[in-house]
Design a protein around this ligand. Sequence first.
Ligand SMILES: Cc1cc2nc3c(=O)[nH]c(=O)nc-3n(C[C@H](O)[C@H](O)[C@H](O)COP(=O)(O)OP(=O)(O)OC[C@H]3O[C@@H](n4cnc5c(N)ncnc54)[C@H](O)[C@@H]3O)c2cc1C
Length: 374
Amino acid sequence: MTEADVLVIGGGLHGTSSAFHMARRGAKVIVLEADYVARHSSGVNAGGVRTLGRPLPEIPLALMSREIWHGMTDLIGENGGFVASGQLKIAESEDDLEACRQRVALLEAQGFTHEKLVDRKTVLELEPAIAPHVTGGIWAERDGYALPFRTTNAFRRAAQRLGTRFLEGMPVKRIEQRGNRWIAQTPRGVFSAEKLLVSAGAWSGALAQQVGETVPVRPEGLMLMVTQRVAPFCRSTLLGTGRPLSFKQFDNGTVVIGGKLIGIADLPNRHGEVDFVRLVKSARTVTDLFPHLKHLGVNRAWAGVEAFIQDDLPVISASRAATNLYYSFGYCGSGFQLGPGCGKLVSELMLDGAPSLSLDAFAIDRFGRGASVH
Ligand SMILES: Cc1cc2nc3c(=O)[nH]c(=O)nc-3n(C[C@H](O)[C@H](O)[C@H](O)COP(=O)(O)OP(=O)(O)OC[C@H]3O[C@@H](n4cnc5c(N)ncnc54)[C@H](O)[C@@H]3O)c2cc1C
């Protein structure tokens, strides 16, 4: 049996970041990954580093994580390709603009000032190539984007330098607590540690179920497409208001288009599939906003398997059914930005018992009778 202080199940960004932050505190950590690090959502997402548009309980976490993104090189020696492009939510009608106005007023009433209401003129100054029908929007200046595969592997390398072991092709089939040790069984070995973190993305629900905790988590196949190269025309990362959109142009000229577009998630076979008909809708939004892209070809489309939870908030929590068991999963299509910060909070929760920001809104027993304690 291979021993550690902490076992982490899942080598996505939340697993690698949590492992890094725990190793930094001196813990001996082993990460068990069923496929390879960054194989799923954490390596194939849109790379949006976005505080903009978050549910209220996530905002303090997102603002804390945002500061880590801006100082990433100091923390882990690389920046994951982070570009502080700003993110701009586009209003295309008076109704959209009113929704933006109400959102910013709601945030300001709570003391948050990171989302700024902007008028049509400002939108056109920020993005001169955009279609003239826009009516305004919301601007989050310190947001941006990064490269997901590179970021997740940057955390992995930083954790490895601190002694963390990453074992790939190591699917955990069974978890159980024997005495004061957690045991994780895989087809290629048995692992043991005092503490266990389940950060297995869309596959986490089945592991929680093994200790009797039921979470309303469901997998979705989120889709993206990337276009051929085109001359630079857009600097910020764009979001829609009345219709779904997430859109950015990389320095190499390609444009990545998404916006929580749901394809097909095949959880047992561990992959996502593209639904091309649904992709067309998103392409249309883009060509409405940037008519000059009408003839641009799409190079590639893909779908990643992501964990969604009924109330659109993740589970970041100690188990209520067993001691020394922790969860961090269910990031509902927005967990990339949160990865660096949530890893730190999870390390505080697991090593100190007290995170520096409240995680009450993300407790595993918030689903009422859904969570059974035994
Ligand atoms: C197409 C797409 C676009 C997105 N765009 C954005 C965006 O722009 N901005 C943003 O903030 N977020 C975005 N997201 C969401 C973000 O990618 C996820 O919320 C985040 O990466 C989740 O990280 P994770 O570590 O929890 O899960 P994952 O990345 O899914 O990692 C979990 C890992 O656990 C492993 N695993 C599962 N079961 C086991 C087991 N039994 N044993 C061992 N290992 C196991 C898996 O193989 C996987 O590697 C997007 C997601 C997708 C799919």
